[in-house]
Write a protein that binds this ligand. Structure first.
Ligand SMILES: [Zn+2]
Length: 376
């Protein structure tokens, strides 16, 4: 069921979801609306079951109880799926994006029909286990996604112009939404993470690739993957797969770092081994990690210089390099700083399931404030 609401009512519902439980007077203040307007906007949301009056919080000796507004987070289920080259990660969440269940499977192959079949099976299994259909399903991939429909180009899946959303939608009963993986992660941070308290922030991710998300004035700014992932760092640096010398991808991606280290060791090394050796002060690993952290510091400075956004969240499955190379990152960030100290980036540890949670948030944010499929 889709709810037709004026934009201010949607804003009220979202404010309660993100900051609730919250009183009508707090809401009025936060949204710059009068208390009677809030009362008028809240009424249809309560009737539809989107909002509820939570238990009265009685202030002793104050007579009237205030009835804070809240959502019934448990009345909703969302499934999020993130595809990588090796694995498919999936989670079930409630309306506050709390992970209730998860499962990871190996990619059967990267052939589109195989991946479609595997995702459908995985989603069906998660829905069966949760005992009810998902209100919506979100799927994210690394790469360029056009209009929520088509994977235009994914270097990780080697897909070009794949209409992935509709291929899944015909086999699943719940609405399906498709997005870039960093967009999902940024959406999750904005409503349920470190971005919650800020109108402006940027997100940089490191791991298999480099991701960039941007929120200005509470709006998600569409960013494409390539501008930051191939940001020039050093014209004499190593080559990236696109033939650039010394770009971000040539320094900070897992593939670039393990290749640089393997050259020095004269034998292969995994990403996890490399980071562990850096922690153990192995000189090759320390140098590779510091070079990557230096490049990341430059990217942080560039994002701030070009957008004016000072709050930067660093994350991604390779974000440990930002901690191991903290000094190199800081030095690179401040080298051309001009006006001295700036706020340090927030480092948020994460694993691949966090990417799947981001995919669930894509579904959640695209559908909310529709009422839950099963009202409590
Ligand atoms: Zn490049």
């Amino acid at each position: 069921m889709s709810l037709e609401l004026p934009p201010p009512a949607e804003a009220v519902a979202v404010a309660v979801l993100v900051h609730g439980p919250v009183s009508r007077s707090q809401l009025a203040k936060q949204l710059g609306l009068s208390p009677p307007t809030i009362t008028r906007l809240v009424r249809p949301l309560i009737t539809a079951g989107v909002l509820v009056e939570s238990d009265a919080v009685r202030t002793p000796g104050r007579g009237r109880a205030s009835l804070p507004l809240d959502v019934v987070a448990d009345a909703y289920r969302f499934v999020g799926v993130k595809l990588t080259t090796e694995s498919i990660y999936a989670v079930t969440t409630d309306l506050r994006a709390r992970v209730l269940d998860s499962e990871t499977i190996a990619e059967p192959s990267l052939d589109v029909p195989d991946v479609v079949a595997a995702v459908v099976e995985l989603v069906t299994r998660l829905q069966d286990r949760s005992g009810r259909p998902a209100d919506a399903i979100g799927v994210t991939v690394g790469g360029v996604v056009d209009d929520g429909e088509t994977v235009v180009d994914s270097p990780f899946l080697h897909w070009h112009e794949v209409p992935f959303r509709s291929l899944l939608a015909v086999k699943l009963d719940s609405p399906v939404f498709l997005a870039n993986d960093v967009v999902g992660l940024t959406m999750a941070q904005q409503w349920f993470g470190h971005g919650r308290e800020y109108s402006d922030f940027a997100l940089l991710t490191v791991g298999a690739g480099v991701g960039y998300g941007l929120v200005i004035n509470d709006q998600l700014v569409p960013t494409t993957v390539s501008p930051v992932s191939h940001l020039p760092i050093d014209p004499h640096g190593p080559l990236c797969p696109a033939g650039h010398r010394g770009c971000m991808t040539a320094y900070v991606t897992a593939g670039a770092m393990t290749a640089a280290a393997a050259l020095a060791y004269r034998e292969p090394v995994t990403y996890a081994q490399l980071l562990q050796r850096a922690e153990d002060a192995d000189p090759v690993a320390v140098r590779v990690v510091d070079d990557a952290a230096h490049a990341l510091g430059r990217a942080v400075a560039a994002v701030t210089a070009l957008t004016g956004v000072e709050r930067i969240i660093l994350t991604g499955e390779g974000v440990r390099l930002a901690e191991l190379g903290r000094r190199a990152l800081r030095a690179a960030r401040l080298e051309y700083g001009g006006r001295g100290e700036r706020e340090d980036p927030v480092i948020r540890q994460m694993d691949f399931l966090e990417w799947a949670r981001g995919a669930a948030v894509v579904a959640l944010r695209t559908t909310f404030p529709d009422p839950p499929r099963i009202c409590p």
